[in-house]
Design a protein. Structure first.
Length: 341
């Protein structure tokens, strides 16, 4: 539901945390990250950090700025340890904040783990650093928890992986377990207080035909109850660890697998033409699609994004399910090995 991010972006550029509402009306810019995905409505798309999502509709909305993300497999700068990479990306982020003028920036929006961009798990020190910069410059932090919300990454919210508290969270998919289209925007107490104190001036000119739909709310409450009762986040964590171990063994057998990464039941397998150079397959290469088709013919659907398979099964997945998926994938690669031209 696109409404959750649209609300988040609007709230962030509407409210000033310290001087109550509209105390700093120039705080309107939004910073996001390369590789980030926030939906295809104009607000979200303007924050997206990938050509494919933006190209057709450029120019995007003004005031959206993209900064470097500490991508560990395809880092923006080579040869750095994860800690150095974080320092460098955080340094560039701070430089950009200062260049833009801190009092013009409303919020930084980020996924706790980049999903559609390729399941890019940041180093553990990244989000605490981003939070620190937000606090230093009075910028709000929006966590786009559309994928990570409600257990997928092995914690109830993805932000908890990094012990970072966002000011705003947007959620959708997992909030109703996907059974009913529904999204939610959550704000922290600090924002709620500023809102209350602002009184009648605090109008969020925002609404959709189906906003606050009772069926969505009921489905959300039911899904949250089940997720807590059945401890689905913990299941995602343990089964996800097992999944990554099993895939690591498959990687050892097939040179074409460049990287395996993820957290909980949010996993990516990246194929490469050359493991050493990490040369990626292009959208014109047929090999990844052929592997995907072979898997489908054996009953396993892997979401294929050019050279990556994104694996996000239901949170009730078991080790037996993992064994089956990994076995089908392994057999497909064995039956149809990659042969460079
Ligand atoms: C992190 C994230 N944000 C936003 C979206 C887009 O959500 P919607 O299609 O409801 O706009 C997605 C969809 O995959 C997503 O993964």
């Amino acid at each position: 539901m696109l409404a959750d991010r649209e609300v988040a972006l609007r709230l962030a550029s509407n409210i000033d945390v310290d001087r109550k509402l509209v105390g700093e009306p120039e705080r309107v810019k939004i910073i996001s990250f390369r590789g980030g995905y926030h939906g295809l409505h104009f607000g979200g798309m303007s924050a997206c950090g990938g050509d494919a999502w933006r190209r057709t509709y450029e120019p995007m909305m003004p005031g959206f700025i993209n900064c470097e993300w500490p991508n560990l497999y395809r880092p923006p700068f080579d040869g750095l340890s994860p800690e150095r990479l974080v320092e460098l990306c955080a340094g560039l982020l701070e430089r950009e904040i200062n260049y833009q003028q801190p009092d013009t920036i409303a919020a930084i929006i980020a996924e706790p783990i980049q999903g559609a961009g390729g399941v890019n798990v940041p180093p553990a020190s990244w989000f605490p650093k981003v939070r620190e910069l937000c606090d230093r410059y009075k910028i709000l932090l929006i966590a786009d928890e559309v994928i990570t919300g409600l257990g997928r990454a092995g914690t109830l919210f993805g932000s908890r992986l990094w012990t970072t508290k966002p000011d705003i969270m947007s959620m959708a998919k997992g909030v109703t377990s996907g059974y009913i289209p529904f999204g939610a925007t959550l704000i922290n107490q600090r924002m709620a207080n500023a809102w209350d104190a602002a009184g009648p001036r605090a109008v969020v000119m925002h609404g959709y035909t189906y906003s606050g739909h009772p069926v969505g709310c009921a489905a959300g409450l039911a899904a949250i109850n089940i997720a807590e009762r059945e401890n689905l986040a913990e299941n995602a964590r343990t089964v996800g660890e097992y999944f990554l171990q099993k895939l690591a063994a498959v990687r050892d057998k097939h040179e074409v697998i460049g990287d395996i990464r993820g957290r909980g039941l949010m996993i990516a397998v990246e194929l490469v033409k050359n493991r050493k150079t990490r040369e990626p397959f292009s959208p014109l290469d047929r090999y990844p699609g052929e592997i995907s088709n072979l898997c489908v013919s054996s009953g396993v659907m892997l979401r294929t994004i050019v050279n990556k398979f994104i694996i996000s099964p239901p949170l009730i997945f078991t080790r037996a399910h993992v064994d089956e998926v990994v076995d089908v994938f392994d057999r497909a690669l064995t039956r149809h090995p990659y042969k460079p031209d």
